[in-house]
Design a protein around this ligand. Structure first.
Ligand SMILES: Cc1cc2nc3c(=O)[nH]c(=O)nc-3n(C[C@H](O)[C@H](O)[C@H](O)COP(=O)(O)OP(=O)(O)OC[C@H]3O[C@@H](n4cnc5c(N)ncnc54)[C@H](O)[C@@H]3O)c2cc1C
Length: 385
């Protein structure tokens, strides 16, 4: 049986980014991934967006802390740039102006660049938009697309080149601990030993904890749907920013000459290989046709993925309160890709007994803010989305 310093369960972006930084810190690491493709679940189903103004507070800080890695990744990490220009336009309906203003002033205070657009200017950029129900809009030119595959496989390749082991088709079925050593057993009969277990199982994070005899944290997976739509021949969407309604009912972005459209649904569900529901596809198309002049006769391919949340909407990255050899790396919500470099580095630092990395400390990231015992539930503060 192989023994590693650290066993990571889950080979999505969370597990692989932590694995990369742990291997870089000189640890022996084995990642156990149930599927034959490590990006099969949430990591491979995202909208691939990077925005420093999107998401709750710690997420925004983690996104900012990730920027340097995205812009100048380590040598040999990726052949192509990981980020490419996209931009976001947020639209506010009548009555939502103050909400948009609040986002703009907070973003600007943190150095974000926003350009306010009148409905007429908006129409010039996205001619298909019905602007009669839009009171105000803001353009964030610095939002980027992420090449998720390049990022994920950059972590995997460099992790392996440092001696790390990624085992696929490794369905973790039992987790026990004896004399300070974890034994993680697979449904195919194999088992692995390690000193520390990192739970990076995404939607299955609570399930993995339960298998290890650790109380679950109440991580809730929520389904989100995406549908591809063909554009009429006379609509050239090349270079369009992503358009998002402030009330989180719809967003769309150009993708290889078509539109990727999502109703921004957040339906709580059990962890499973989630598929899109017919009703959600119909809602997506209906909202697109109400918001734009695009006629959709037949939707293209669609998919759904799970975005998993802790109670207050921010992620958890800490040892379990009752067991300092079981580490939670969970609850990345809808932001796990754009925060992965900083979240991976942070987790590796804490797991190896170090403190919050200095560049993150400067941004105001604290251990308390990411701990599993932070007082969100006690205070009743909920930022579920
Ligand atoms: C439609 C949609 C749009 C999104 N858009 C964005 C976006 O624009 N920007 C952004 O930053 N984020 C976005 N996200 C969120 C992002 O995709 C997630 O936050 C991120 O992928 C979570 O990564 P993860 O590694 O935690 O989860 P996953 O990728 O799901 O990885 C968890 C892994 O654990 C494995 N696992 C589970 N149980 C076991 C077991 N028993 N044994 C072995 N392995 C196990 C699973 O097989 C899985 O591969 C979006 C998500 C969705 C669904």
């Amino acid at each position: 049986m192989t023994h590693s310093d650290i066993l990571i369960i889950g080979g999505g972006i969370a597990g692989m980014s932590a694995a990369y930084f742990l291997a870089k810190a000189g640890k022996s690491v084995t990642v156990l991934e149930r599927e034959d493709q490590p990006g099969y679940h949430s990591t491979g189903r995202s909208a691939a967006l990077y925005s420093e103004t999107y998401g709750p507070k710690i997420i925004r800080k983690m996104s900012t802390a990730s920027r340097a890695f995205f812009l100048t990744p380590p040598e040999g990490f990726s052949e192509n740039p990981i980020l490419s220009p996209r931009g976001i336009i947020m639209t506010a309906k009548p009555g939502e102006e103050a909400e948009l203003d609040a986002i703009l002033s907070e973003g600007r205070a943190n150095g974000a660049n926003f350009v306010e657009l009148t409905p007429a200017e908006l129409k010039e950029i996205i001619p298909v938009l019905h602007t009669d129900q839009i009171a105000k809009a803001a353009y964030e030119p610095d939002a980027m697309d992420i090449d998720v595959h390049a990022l994920h496989w950059g972590f995997i390749r460099q992790f392996k080149s440092r001696g790390g082991t990624l085992v696929t088709k490794a369905d973790v079925s039992a987790i026990t601990r004896e004399s300070g050593v974890w034994t993680v057993s697979l449904s195919n009969g194999a088992s692995y030993n390690g000193d520390i277990v990192v739970n990076a199982a995404g939607a299955w994070a609570d399930d993995i904890a339960t298998k290890a005899g650790i109380p679950p944290l109440g991580i809730v997976p929520k389904r989100r749907t995406a549908v591809m739509v063909d554009l009429p021949a006379d609509v050239d969407a090349h270079g369009w920013p992503l358009v998002a309604c402030l009330d989180e009912t719809l967003y769309f972005k150009e993708d290889a000459g078509r539109l990727l459209v999502s109703p921004a649904d957040t339906t709580p569900t059990e962890p499973h290989d989630v598929q899109p529901e017919e009703l959600d596809i119909a809602i997506t198309i209906d909202r697109l046709m109400t918001t734009t002049s695009i006629e959709v006769r037949r939707p293209g391919e669609s998919w759904a993925g799970l975005r998993s949340f802790f109670a207050d909407g921010d992620p958890v990255s800490s040892f379990d309160p009752a067991d300092d050899s079981f580490y939670w790396l969970a609850g990345q919500g809808g932001y796990g890709i754009q925060t992965a470099p900083a979240m991976g580095e942070y987790a590796a630092s804490i797991i190896t007994g170090n403190d919050v990395p200095p560049q993150m400390e400067k941004l105001g990231i604290t251990k308390d803010a990411l701990s599993a015992t932070r007082p969100t539930l006690a205070s009743g503060k909920q930022e579920l989305q």
